[in-house]
Design a protein around this ligand. Structure first.
Ligand code: KG4
Ligand code: ZN
Length: 334
């Protein structure tokens, strides 16, 4: 079974073809970063319009590169949410229309389920059950995963998502959009001399809160920032605080569930220091850690094609309606 995957929830147009037995056949990504960077963040209306321009040419290119035609495709998976409504509608309407024209099923995929399953595309995928830490621009979730669609929320951010905290802190440091990778590059030039708080680590529970780090950063900037080195030190202090906070909570989640496998996915899982800190923690816990390859940490079509293929194989599909949900709690998945 060949599944075409389509991702358009935010600022990347992702397309992929996944084969149920042969694995990933092809994947293409067009990033809108250059267009949005002029505005310092994602402009939803521009995002939708750009998805319209790029999506169909990318699908054609992906089929061509795979030496396939529409007649070979057995199902279409598209990101139906959460995300920007206009952007989601482009993917959903395109997927639904192609599925209708090609007389094949279409399945709506939850974007965070896509991230969660991205490590399944690697050579050594994790076995169920595992604990998953999902850290993206919009979400910070700790989930116990017993199988596909069997998710138990262990903890989540009560305010800003981890990626959002990176983006906002980067903005305060004058780094622009997209903040996460820029802040991380600057942090490599600095030393974590200033001790940032490790929010909510001194009380029990698996929830997160990152908004306090913003205030702390702002006060620190006002108090000390004078040179480029000061900025780099602030970036390093911030990054270390996030990395340690995530490690403390993941360690707790492993201990609480008794599980020995940790999956880390979503855009922020591309961060080197966070990967290193979680890898160290997991080694001490005598557990295993699984990440997607770097290009599948951030948004992509491959994870959507994979997740959709699993759901299609389980007999799920959408009706003829164009299904898009900008807000879609993972707890509603089955
Ligand atoms: O998963 P993703 O591509 O999109 C969402 O679903 O939100 O995640 C994007 C987020 C952004 O906040 C971005 O700044 C962050 O991931 N990010 C990073 C890094 N690369 C991307 N944050 C820290 N370090 C990175 N290297
Ligand atoms: Zn994402």
């Amino acid at each position: 079974m060949y599944v075409l995957g389509i991702e358009t929830s935010c600022d990347e147009t992702g397309v992929a073809i996944y084969h149920a037995q042969r694995g990933l056949i092809n994947h293409l990504l067009y990033s809108q970063v250059d267009m949005h960077s002029e505005y310092g963040g994602v402009v939803p209306e521009l995002a939708s319009r750009d998805h319209i321009r790029k999506l169909v040419p990318l699908i054609k290119q992906s089929l061509q590169e795979s030496r396939l035609t529409g007649a070979d495709i057995n199902g279409i998976a598209y990101t139906a949410g959460p995300g920007l409504m206009g952007a989601l509608l482009v993917g959903a309407a395109t997927a639904r229309s192609l599925a209708w024209a090609w007389k094949i099923p279409a399945v709506a995929v939850h974007h965070m389920e896509g991230h969660l399953l991205a490590p399944m595309l690697e050579a050594k995928p994790p076995e169920f059950p595992f604990v998953a830490l999902l850290i993206s621009g919009g979400h910070t979730l700790l989930v116990q995963v017993d199988g596909i669609g069997r998710y138990r929320l262990l903890g989540e951010s009560l305010d800003d998502a981890a990626g959002e905290a990176f983006d906002k802190t980067a903005k305060m440091l004058g780094l622009g959009y997209p903040g996460g990778p820029k802040l991380s590059a600057l942090a490599e030039l600095g030393k974590p001399q200033i001790k940032f708080p490790r929010p909510m680590t001194d009380r029990p529970g698996l929830d997160f809160s990152f908004s306090g780090l913003k205030t702390f950063t702002l006060n620190t900037i006002n108090a000390i920032e004078k040179t480029v080195q000061d900025k780099a030190d602030i970036a390093a202090g911030f990054q270390q605080a996030v990395a340690e906070t995530l490690s403390i909570k993941c360690k707790r989640a492993l201990q609480q569930t008794g599980l020995k496998r940790l999956v880390v996915a979503g855009g922020v899982s591309a961060n080197k220091q966070i990967r290193a800190s979680l890898t160290d923690m997991v080694a001490k816990e005598q557990a295993q850690i699984y990440f997607p390859r770097l290009e599948f940490c951030t948004d992509n079509g491959a994870m959507i094609a994979y997740a959709g293929c699993q759901r299609l194989m389980a007999g799920q599909q959408q009706g003829l309606e164009i299904f898009a949900r900008p807000r879609w709690p993972m707890s509603e998945l089955s």
